[in-house]
Design a protein around this ligand. Sequence first.
Ligand SMILES: Cc1cc2nc3c(=O)[nH]c(=O)nc-3n(C[C@H](O)[C@H](O)[C@H](O)COP(=O)(O)O)c2cc1C
Length: 219
Amino acid sequence: MTEILYPPWRQRLARSLHINRSQVHAKYYQVASVCPAGRPKNRTMVFRGFLANSQSLLSVTDIRSEKVAQWQSKHKSHFEICWYFSGSREQYRLSGEVALLSHSLDLSYTQAVLGQQTKQSLLNQQWSNLSANARQAFYSSSPKAPFDENTILANPAQEQLTQGKQPEEIDIDSRQISDNFCVVIFIPDTVDYLNLKSKPQERCLYDIQDDWKERWVNP
Ligand SMILES: Cc1cc2nc3c(=O)[nH]c(=O)nc-3n(C[C@H](O)[C@H](O)[C@H](O)COP(=O)(O)O)c2cc1C
């Protein structure tokens, strides 16, 4: 079996995740996109692991959300993640291209993007990792639609809740993936690492064009 050689920043990031594992918020990062008018937009997302045998990062979202439309518009499929680990006082800024996987998106990606996984296996894996509560959001009305109690009640999962079922008893078939469910693959091409804890403080830049070589610079 050949051993996979990850870029040094990926190993550093895995270590930061380990050191900060007791903090729930260590799995949240801020993700930026650019809207068609050229304005920056950002939001918090949950890190859902690395793509198998890869340095790409995974999150999930609703296909109907604005960020998906932004990443689908021409020449705007870029992201920047800003991720601060308060326990170890480290910041990572990763930027690159986004790949979007969903039953309702007719986009195909090469093996270079998906690694050893297929679109279907990734969707299955990420959908089955969600709690029943998280799954039901994909059956609710659109993000940003005007609030309407009746639409929410029309959602089959919510109906079960109002009938007195506990969230863990809700029956949303874990095999039936909502068409609104979308896996986001963040494929970094540059990484900017900052360590405020070390003395002196450290900053290191990595670029895929430079074979991910470490370049230590002034903070
Ligand atoms: C702690 C936290 C975690 C979140 N995780 C996600 C996530 O994993 N995916 C997601 O689409 N939205 C997540 N959100 C909601 C987004 O921050 C955002 O409000 C929503 O996705 C709409 O963003 P958009 O209009 O830019 O698409 C999270 C919010 C918080 C506060």
